[in-house]
Write a protein that binds this ligand. Structure first.
Ligand code: LHQ
Length: 262
């Protein structure tokens, strides 16, 4: 498939998906979603070699969320429910189940569904000039793309409520200070920081990363005993992987580990 709304590359274990409609601030269309599905198929292919997925945007924005000028018949209003059902909800579910880490490299404003897509990623790194905007209430909608799940868990209920109702941009450094994202870095350092982060994750223990994600995402909804049982089960699996043996050998031999991801 030829892409018109995204760019995709896969090199050295790093899959990079760039939302790329810069004239519309990379707003999501049905076409963009179809292309993302195709790229996700390539990432998920058993022999893809992908060990980290990086999502980012072309130009000055990460993405302005749903393209509000898009409609089925040109004039008919957007069918919000159908768009979520067909496009956003499956994408969020797919990213959450992906067996490799997902990084959101938020290069500029992330608004609406795109803000919540970014916040659903495992590691969110943002340029200092970036911002997160829960734009929904401005058009009389509610946060979607997982926002009502993610926001209170990341930021606490008072800030989630403020962001959702007031729809004011949250600067990257405030998002970092509030604990909503991993890190905010100066714009000049951002590309190198993203590259380094991606390279580190691509060379890491992929299977352990997938289990870390499962355990941490399950945690807020579990009681102590349930979480300890989950930890035990996942750690037992991790301990049976080749990468655990390699990690221990490397430590004892005082050398860096060479993780295969298995
Ligand atoms: C856009 C958009 C855009 C089209 C900028 N669409 N053109 C909703 C419905 C259905 C199902 C699923 O879920 C959703 C969830 C959602 O995502 S709802 C939220 C949708 N997004 C928004 O409401 C954000 C709208 N955009 C903005 O508020 C601003 O553009 C932000 C704050 C992102 C950036 O502001 P500026 O830096 O001042 O840029 P701009 O507003 O001048 O935008 C540049 C161009 O991009 C402009 O076009 P033009 O032809 O005038 O140069 C905008 O119209 C266009 N654009 N966002 N979502």
């Amino acid at each position: 498939m030829d892409y018109r709304s995204i760019d995709f590359s896969l090199r050295d274990g790093v899959a990079t998906l760039v939302l790329s409609r810069p004239a519309r601030l990379n707003a999501f269309t049905a076409e963009m979603h179809a292309e993302i599905r195709d790229a996700m198929d390539r990432v998920e292919a058993p022999d893809s070699g992908a060990r980290v997925l990086v999502l980012t945007g072309a130009g000055r924005a990460f993405s302005a969320g749903q393209d509000l000028s898009e409609s089925d018949a040109g004039a008919a209003p957007l069918d919000v429910g159908a768009t979520l059902e067909r496009n956003y909800n499956p994408l969020l579910a797919r990213l959450r189940a992906l067996p490799i880490p997902v990084v959101a490299a938020v290069n500029g404003v992330a608004a609406g569904a795109a803000a919540n897509l970014a916040l659903a990623c495992d590691i969110v790194i943002a340029a200092r000039s970036a911002s997160f905007l829960q734009a929904f209430a401005k058009i009389a909608l509610i946060p979607d793309a997982g926002g009502t799940y993610t926001l209170p868990r990341l930021a606490g209920l008072p800030r989630a409520m403020g962001m959702a109702m007031l729809a004011e941009p949250v600067k990257a450094e405030d998002a970092e200070r509030w604990g909503m994202i991993w890190k905010c870095v100066d714009d000049a350092d951002f590309p190198a920081a993203v590259e380094q982060l991606a390279a580190k994750l691509a060379a890491g223990p992929t299977g352990a990363y997938a289990r870390i994600r499962r355990a941490l995402l399950a945690s807020p909804d579990n009681d102590f005993d349930t979480q300890m049982a989950l930890e035990l089960a996942l750690q037992r699996e991790a301990g049976a992987q080749a990468d655990f043996a390699e990690g221990v050998h490397a430590f004892l031999e005082k050398r860096p580990p060479r993780f295969s991801g298995r």
